[in-house]
Design a protein around this ligand. Structure first.
Ligand code: KIV
Ligand code: ZN
Length: 553
C-alpha cells in the first residue's frame, strides 16, 4: 500500500515576478484566536461553557483583540456561550468577538440572534470552493459555488441591518482555498466583497484558509501574493490567513503568507485544531519575539498558558513543542552544555544587551522558564555539563582536570540506570566517590615542626599518631605512606582554594595521586589549607585499596 505513485505534485503558481521573497516581517500581524471554534471543534470532549469562559479569559489576558468564540448556529453550547459573554458583559471594549456561519439563511439569522446586544462583532461566512469539494462533495459547478457565496453575503448584510446598534464586521472564507483555482477564488471573493461594499465604509476581512495544507510554504506564499494582486478593492480589505498543519508547515506558511501581503493571522494557542492542528500562534508570535519584534501578545507566563490549554483541550503539549515544550530549554549533550555555560558566562561578563547565547534562541526566563532546566545529565552528557550542575546547584567549583574523573563516575551511573541523573544524585555520587570514600582515614589533628627547609610532622589519623618528615607537610605524609605501605605515591595534580562556608571561610583541596602508576583523585574540605591538603592525600590514597570503590581515577 505504501506507494508514492498514488500522489501527484502540487502545481506551481505562475508568478515569475513574485516580490515576497525579498520582504521582511517588521511588525506583528493582527491575531485572531480560533481556539474556541476551530480548536474546540477538534476536541474529543468539546469545551463546556465553563471551560470556554476560562479559555476566553486567558485569551483576553494574553492580549488577543479578535477572538472567534464559536459556531452558534450549529451548536447550542456555542450559542449559550455567546449569550453568556454578552449578557454577563465579559467582552472588554477593545476585544471583538467573531462567530462562524455557513451560507444558509436560517443559520445566518440564528447567528445574529446569538449576537444581539454585542457592541461589535465579526460575522464569519464560509463556503467551500475547491475543485474536489465542488466536484465530489457538492457536485455543483463553479457558478453554483459562486451563487452560494453571493447569497450568503447578501443574507449576512441584510440581517445585520436589523441590529444597527452593533458595529458589524464581515468576514468571508473561501474554505479549502488552497485547493481552489486561484482565479475562481478571486472571482468568488470579489463577488462577496462587492455585496458588502467596503467602498462605503463596511469593514471586510477576506480569510484565506489552508483548510488542508497541500504544498510547500513558498507555493502558499505565491498563492497569497497572486490573490492579493488580483483582488478588487485590495486596499479596503483586510487579508487574513488561516493555515492548518497537515505538512507540519502551518507556521512557515503563515509567515511567508505575511510576506506575501497578509495582514491578519488566525490560529490557536499551541496549535490545537483539526487533524494536525491549526497554526500555532505561540510559535509564530515567539518567532517574531526572538527576532526583536513585539508580538503584541504577552507570553511571559508560558507555564500558565500550557496549564489552561491542557486543561481545556485535555491534550498534553509535546515535550519538544517549539518554545513551550518541557524539554526545549534542556541540553542533554555535553558539548551543548559546555557551550551554553561558556556562552552564558560570556554574556554576563560582557553585559550583553542583545541576547546571543549558543543553543538558546531566547532567554528562557522571559517566558517564566528557568535556567535550572537548561542542563540535565544522562549517559550522553560530557564532562562540562556535570561540572556545571555542581557549580550551579551546589556552588562547588572543581578544577578542569577533575571534571574528567567526575564525569566518568556519573556516566557509569547513567549507563547502569539508563536514566537521567538528577542534580541531587550527581552531588551524592560526587561526595561518595571523591570525599566520603569508604575505608577512609580521617585526619584528626596534626603538629608540624619546621627546621630550616625541613618539616617534622605528626599526623593523628583516626586518632593514631603517625610521625614522618619531608620538605613540606604533603611530602612528609607521602614519604610516610610510601614507607609504611611499600608503595610509590606521586602527586600528579593539585589545586587548592578558599571557599565560603556560612560566615567562615574554609579550604578545599583537590588532588590526583599516582599510586604505583594508577591515578586516584579526591577532594577534601577543612578548616585550613594544610588539613585540607593532607586529608585529600589520605582520601585519594584510600581509593587505591582493593576495597575501594570501583570507579574513576
Ligand atoms: O480550515 C478552514 O477552512 C476553516 C474555515 C471555516 C475558515 O476553519
Ligand atoms: Zn480551520
Amino acid at each position: 500500500m505504501f506507494d508514492h505513485q498514488k500522489y501527484s505534485q502540487f502545481k506551481q503558481v505562475q508568478l515569475e515576478d513574485r516580490i515576497w521573497p525579498n520582504r521582511r516581517i517588521t511588525e506583528a500581524p493582527t491575531w485572531c484566536s480560533v481556539d474556541l471554534r476551530d480548536g474546540n471543534q477538534a476536541l474529543v470532549n468539546p469545551m463546556s461553557v465553563e471551560k470556554k469562559t476560562k479559555m476566553f479569559k486567558l485569551l483576553v489576558q494574553l492580549g488577543f483583540k479578535e477572538i472567534e468564540i464559536g459556531f452558534p448556529s450549529a451548536s447550542q453550547p456555542d450559542f449559550d456561550f455567546t449569550r453568556k459573554l454578552i449578557d454577563d458583559d465579559l467582552i472588554p471594549h477593545d476585544v471583538t468577538v467573531q462567530v462562524l456561519t455557513q451560507a444558509r439563511k436560517e443559520l445566518i439569522d440564528r447567528t445574529y440572534e446569538s449576537l444581539i446586544g454585542a457592541k461589535r462583532a465579526i460575522v464569519h461566512l464560509y463556503n467551500s470552493t475547491s475543485a474536489v469539494q465542488r466536484e465530489q462533495v457538492f457536485r455543483i459547478s463553479s457558478d453554483g459555488i459562486l451563487d452560494i457565496a453571493k447569497n450568503g453575503a447578501k443574507w449576512v448584510r441584510e440581517a445585520s441591518m436589523k441590529f444597527p446598534e452593533t458595529e458589524w464586521i464581515f468576514q468571508y472564507s473561501p474554505e479549502s482555498f488552497t485547493g481552489t483555482e486561484l482565479n475562481h477564488a478571486v472571482t468568488v471573493c470579489d463577488a462577496v466583497v462587492s455585496e458588502w461594499k467596503p467602498e462605503q465604509g463596511q469593514k471586510v476581512i477576506i480569510n484565506l484558509p489552508a483548510t488542508v495544507e497541500m504544498s510547500t510554504p513558498n507555493i502558499f506564499a505565491d498563492q497569497i501574493e497572486y490573490f492579493c494582486r488580483h483582488l478588487a478593492y485590495r486596499n479596503a480589505i483586510i487579508i487574513s490567513l488561516h493555515t492548518h498543519n497537515d505538512r507540519g508547515c502551518a507556521v512557515a506558511a503563515a509567515e511567508l503568507g505575511v510576506l506575501a501581503g497578509a495582514d491578519r493571522i488566525e490560529g490557536t494557542l499551541l496549535g490545537n485544531g483539526e487533524r494536525t492542528g491549526n497554526m500555532d500562534i505561540v510559535t509564530m508570535a515567539m518567532n517574531l519575539y526572538s527576532q526583536g519584534i513585539d508580538p503584541n501578545l504577552d507570553f511571559s507566563n508560558i507555564v500558565k498558558i500550557i496549564e489552561v490549554v491542557e486543561d481545556c483541550t485535555e491534550i498534553k503539549i509535546a515535550p519538544r513543542h517549539p518554545w513551550a515544550g518541557e524539554l526545549v530549554y534542556t541540553a542533554f549533550s555535553g558539548s551543548h552544555q559546555d557551550a551554553i555555560r561558556k556562552s552564558m558566562q560570556y554574556h554576563e561578563e560582557n553585559d550583553q544587551k542583545i541576547w546571543n547565547v549558543a543553543y538558546l534562541p531566547i532567554d528562557p526566563r522571559d517566558i517564566n522558564r528557568c535556567y535550572e532546566a537548561v542542563v540535565r545529565i544522562n549517559s550522553q552528557s560530557g564532562k562540562g555539563g556535570v561540572a556545571l550542575v555542581l557549580e550551579r546547584d551546589f556552588g562547588i567549583e572543581l578544577p578542569k582536570w577533575l571534571h574528567v574523573s567526575l564525569a566518568k563516575v556519573i556516566q557509569r551511573a547513567a549507563e547502569e540506570t539508563g536514566q537521567e541523573i538528577s542534580s541531587a544524585n550527581i552531588h551524592a555520587l560526587y561526595e561518595e566517590y571523591f570525599i566520603k570514600v569508604k575505608q577512609q582515614w580521617l585526619l584528626t589533628d596534626y603538629n608540624l615542626k619546621h627546621r630550616d627547609k625541613h618539616v617534622e610532622a605528626e599526623f593523628y589519623i583516626n586518632g593514631v599518631a603517625v610521625q614522618c618528615h619531608g620538605s613540606g607537610p604533603l611530602e612528609a605524609l607521602i614519604q610516610g605512606l610510601n614507607k609504611y605501605f611499600a608503595c610509590s605515591i606521586e602527586i600528579t595534580q593539585f589545586d587548592q582554594h578558599a571557599i565560603e562556608s556560612g560566615a567562615d571561610s574554609k579550604a578545599q583541596a583537590c588532588i590526583e595521586l599516582a599510586v604505583n602508576g594508577q591515578h586516584y583523585s579526591a577532594v577534601a574540605i577543612a578548616e585550613d589549607t594544610i588539613a585540607a591538603a593532607v586529608q585529600s592525600v589520605l582520601t585519594a590514597f584510600s581509593r587505591s585499596f582493593p576495597e575501594r570503590h570501583r570507579g574513576a581515577a
